[in-house]
Design a protein around this ligand. Structure first.
Ligand code: DQA
Length: 146
């Protein structure tokens, strides 16, 4: 199974960015953990602080051998109709994830404009949100293949 793990703005700063909210693991450490935990999956990692680059990465799954996407869109979650349209345009399942529980935070974070076009939203498990999403996606995909 080929899965794109995509991260949006400021997630390159994990480890030092508000560790009380986002934990102390770096993005690289989280990615390395995923590689160790899911040796059966082929994981491709991408991070950008730019909306267009994230859209390009999502579009790059079209017609390629990608089975699904796990995306932490960062603050784009709350207002990017362009990323929403892109997710709606690709046919493979996309899971939206957040380290923090966005529903327990500021009012502006409680809305995701992306959730209605994603297969699921996982929010609040800290760095483990990534592993939960990959695990659920692999489970879902394995059921599809039966
Ligand atoms: C986040 C939550 C967003 O509201 C915030 O803008 C982020 C990180 C999370 O993982 O908890 O950058 O997506």
């Amino acid at each position: 199974m080929n899965i794109l793990v995509c991260n949006g703005p400021n997630l390159n700063l994990l480890g030092t960015r508000e560790p009380n909210v986002y934990g102390s693991q770096t993005l690289r450490e989280i990615e390395e953990e995923l590689l160790l935990k899911f040796p059966e999956a082929s994981l491709t990692f991408f991070q950008s602080n730019h909306e267009g680059a994230i859209i390009d990465a999502l579009q790059s799954t079209i017609g390629k051998h990608f089975d699904g996407v796990v995306i932490n869109p960062g603050a784009f979650t709350h207002y990017s109709y362009a990323i929403r349209d892109c997710i709606a345009a690709i046919s493979i399942p996309v899971i939206e994830i957040h380290l923090s529980n966005i529903h327990l935070r500021e009012k502006f974070r409680r809305t995701s404009v992306l959730a209605p076009v994603c297969m699921a939203q996982i929010s609040g498990f800290g760095a483990a949100s990534y592993a939960v999403a990959v695990e659920m996606l692999l489970y879902h995909l394995s059921k599809q293949k039966i």
